[in-house]
Unconditional design. Structure first.
Lengths: 311, 261
């Protein structure tokens, strides 16, 4: 496998999973809700998309998957805004419930095969047959959806509704005493975010021509790692730029992972690595802030200060 | 404009910590009134504001605003007609968003899917220039970069952008340094006068309680114990006010932030 094909694989997978990263960009970075239903919603998108595609509707499958994502996001949002369920717990509950739903969607099976099924990818493949782009059909489909979502997010977050969603995450106190209904902004934000997560799952399943019940396991951590990596490159600035940064983060994550695989890192390490990245990214700023305190303690215990005091 | 009748609220009812925060309180505020409210710690000043703005629903009684019954209306709906400032200058604006974005939310112009137009930007600039803090040239900067005084001035502008039917000021200058506090207070009176707003202001400064506005209300233990306006108020001194409190409540006024001058 040449370096170029390594990059291409990373780019394809990175772009497809970047849709989940963009979902978290909306729910985690903007709305300040850690949506733990992401794994289940990703799988839901994959199963719904696969079932609809198998029934002979490749284009409809994408829309159906996104609609399923909206529904899942709606339930998560209702649980935390109207039913008094803690937002983390709401995500976990929906995630658990979706496991059963996903098996039911696949018709009491935990695996579906799409080897001979028409999907958006095979459609693009036959469209590009004979042209110089014929090998890049996966990349083009993924890129198309990523651009669509980035443009949508950039425009949407500039509208009053988008601003209201950002304010809800940024200063809940302000929103509570302003004319914005935080319940509404949370519901709309989570519905949109989960539609992207489901889209991401749908595309991954169709690009690898199969879906199994574990396809989304660990997605929330992987996407969070990508989001935080993206934040290293673009931490401030315009929303559109930060969204592109999130996509770039997804690509970098995949690239590093793909290269690590080449150096014989076993594939099952993916989830451990992504967990460690998330911990490092979140803990570093915190520990940096604690550093003066550590120093002070150290000095107090072993340093000069101690000697002076005892004299 | 605002008519509060027999309003009561008990916190932690049925426990040893039960506290009657509003005790059958009635208050009628005429349109254009600027009422200053003073009282000891725990007198129920903020509780009254919370009840009026809908942070919680009262136990009994009625709240009418401009003839409409808002007793059970959710907070965000009341916020369309009630502007509110808190003591904490960080509470009224989103630090991670730009000045322009904060204003766009407060201005509430257009539908939910509308964006900030050139006309909006021009209007924002004009209004910000009135604050005389140079904010009109920093519209693309994040609000988190502003000082406490600047943020409170911005919040004041946001709360009054669409002239509210009622403006609630809850010690909104108490957390600022004296010079800034004076400036924000001056802005407040200017804006209130210019837009002819109906306004309630809690203050710990006895002097400004008498100087500002046209009516002063004293609260104690969830009730209004002294209510003065017109000529009688014009003759009052801070010493008189303290004496009045002693007579009405049977104890000396005790407020750990109270400024007597």
């Amino acid at each position: 496998m040449s370096f170029l094909s390594l990059v291409q694989t990373a780019l394809e997978l990175g772009l497809i999973s970047s849709l989940t990263v963009l979902a978290l960009f909306l729910s985690y970075s903007m709305l300040n809700v850690c949506d733990l239903s992401t794994d289940g919603c990703f799988t839901l998108g994959a199963t719904v998309g696969a079932v609809v595609a198998l029934s002979g509707h490749p284009y409809l499958s994408v829309l159906a998957a996104m609609a399923a994502g909206v529904l899942s996001g709606f339930i998560t949002a209702i649980l935390q805004t109207k039913m008094g369920v803690n937002s983390l717990l709401a995500g976990i509950i929906v995630n658990t419930a979706l496991y059963s739903v996903n098996i039911a969607v696949m018709g009491n099976s935990s695996l579906l095969n799409m080897n001979k099924t028409d999907t958006v990818f095979t459609k693009m493949q036959s469209l590009l047959k004979g042209t110089f782009l014929s090998g890049q059909y996966k990349l083009i489909v993924a890129l198309f959806f990523v651009i669509l979502v980035v443009v949508f997010l950039t425009l949407f977050l500039r509208t009053r509704l988008g601003l209201a969603i950002r304010a809800t995450g940024n200063n809940p106190d302000m929103v509570r005493s302003s004319s914005i209904n935080p319940i509404m902004t949370t519901i709309i934000g989570l519905c949109i975010a989960n539609s992207f997560t489901a889209l991401s799952g749908c595309l991954l399943a169709q690009s690898q021509k199969s879906v199994n019940i574990d396809i989304g396991t660990g997605m929330v951590t992987i996407a969070l790692a990508s989001l935080l990596i993206g934040g290293i490159f673009v931490s401030k600035g315009k929303i559109g730029l930060r969204a592109v940064g999130a996509v770039f983060g997804a690509f970098v994550f995949r690239l590093v992972y793909t290269i690590a695989l080449r150096f014989n890192m076993p594939a099952f390490m993916l989830k451990l690595v992504s967990s460690v990245i998330v911990v490092i990214a979140i803990a570093t700023p915190y520990l940096k802030k604690q550093l003066p305190l550590f120093k002070r303690r150290w000095q107090h215990r072993f340093g000069k200060e101690e000697a002076e005091c005892s004299e | 404009m605002l008519r509060v009748t027999h309003l009561s609220k008990t916190f932690n009812p049925g426990t040893v910590n039960a506290k009657l925060a509003l005790d059958d309180l009635s208050l009628h505020v005429a349109p254009g009134d600027f009422v200053t409210i003073i009282g000891a710690n725990g007198a129920g000043k903020s509780t009254l504001f919370n009840a009026v703005s809908g942070s919680f629903i009262s136990d009994s009684g009625k709240i009418l605003l401009d003839g409409a019954d808002i007793t059970l209306m959710p907070e965000f709906k009341r916020a369309r007609v009630i502007g509110r400032l808190f003591q904490d200058p960080m509470r009224g604006s989103a630090p991670g968003m730009t000045i322009e974005e904060n204003l766009a939310l407060a201005a509430g112009r257009g539908g939910w899917l509308s964006t900030v137009s050139k006309t909006d930007k021009k209007l924002f600039r004009e209004r910000l220039a009135l604050l005389d803090m140079g904010l009109e040239d920093r519209m693309q900067q994040q609000v988190g970069l502003l000082s406490g005084g600047q943020r409170q001035a911005l919040t004041l502008m946001m709360a009054t952008f669409q002239a509210p039917k009622l403006l609630l000021l809850d010690e909104h200058t108490a957390a600022l340094d004296p010079a800034t506090a004076e400036k924000v207070l001056k802005l407040t009176t200017e804006i209130v006068a210019e837009k002819n707003l109906t306004c309630l202001m809690v203050t710990h400064n006895m002097q400004s309680a008498l100087e500002l506005g046209n009516r002063t209300v004293m609260m104690d233990r969830g009730r209004i114990i002294f209510d003065v306006s017109g000529e009688e108020r014009a003759k009052l001194t801070v010493a008189d006010l303290l004496e009045q409190f002693k007579i009405a409540s049977g104890k000396a006024l005790d407020n750990d932030r109270m400024l007597l001058t």
